[in-house]
Design a protein around this ligand. Structure first.
Ligand code: AP5
Length: 213
């Protein structure tokens, strides 16, 4: 099963991708997570990506396209994968289709998580992430047992660098301008499924499962 999760920042792509990964035993490929790790490691990719991420802009297409091309050819993707945060531009979507064509593969389903800006802002403003394992929490919907401490590994929780109000608004603008047009792209390919992403994580997950069955 090869899936794409589309949706604005804070729609719940990462949350739902993790649940799909656990259910179907296929990898979650999050370009945001890969880039944040590269920034943390101060690798060449991280150094190039950081200045774009900090201000809510997209990292240049060629950087993310080449990392995805390499990633989906790995052995653990043979049974499928879940793309979380990629593609984000028409060029990325076209390059993904080209690469999959060369491999004799297609995307089965594109799930578009639809949620309004007010909800997104509240989700992102309240999010904290574990600095060690990447576990994700929310001050209201998913609070950690001990404030500032990850339930899973005991690591420190912190707010993401790009989850401040100015950068959240910028990310929403960038989404509308560069990523929302992908809905038309995949609608034309006939594999776009729309899911209302309001409600509890479990409610949304059952809607997503209906779409990917
Ligand atoms: P990325 O990491 O992909 O960020 P994003 O798209 O802005 O999405 P988020 O991770 O913020 O949100 P999400 O939809 O995954 O929601 P989540 O599940 O976390 O990208 C970051 C940056 O990297 C980009 O700005 C760009 O610079 C760069 N980048 C990445 N990919 C790129 C690409 N392909 N091309 C170019 N540049 C790229 O949930 C959010 C919060 O809400 C959490 O606290 C969660 O607990 C909570 N929550 C989730 N579901 C619910 C619910 N149902 N009810 C209440 N709370 C909920």
């Amino acid at each position: 099963m090869r899936l794409i999760l589309l949706g604005p920042p804070g729609a719940g792509k990462g949350t739902q991708a993790k649940k799909l990964k656990d259910k179907f035993f296929i990898p979650q490929i999050s370009t945001g997570d890969i880039l944040r790790r590269a920034v943390k490691d101060n690798s060449e990719l991280g150094i190039q990506a950081r200045s774009f991420m900090d201000i809510g802009q997209l990292v240049p297409d060629d950087l993310v396209i080449s990392l995805i091309k390499e990633r989906i050819k790995k052995a653990d993707c043979e049974e499928g994968f879940i793309l979380d945060g990629f593609p984000r531009t028409i060029i990325q979507a076209e390059k993904l289709s080209e690469t999959l064509n060369e491999m004799g593969l297609v995307i089965d389903t594109v799930v578009d998580l639809v949620v309004d800006a007010k909800e997104v802002i509240s989700r992102l403003a309240g999010r904290s992430t574990c600095q060690d394992c990447g576990g994700m929490f929310h001050v209201q919907s998913c609070p950690p047992k001990v404030e500032g401490v990850c339930d899973n590994c005991g690591g420190n929780l912190a707010q993401r660098q790009d989850d401040n109000s100015e950068t959240i608004l910028k990310r929403l603008d960038v989404y509308q301008e560069s990523t929302a047009p992908l809905k038309q792209f995949y609608m034309r390919q006939g594999n776009l499924k729309t899911v209302t992403a309001r409600g509890s994580v479990e409610e949304i997950f059952s809607r997503v499962l209906e779409m990917v069955k």
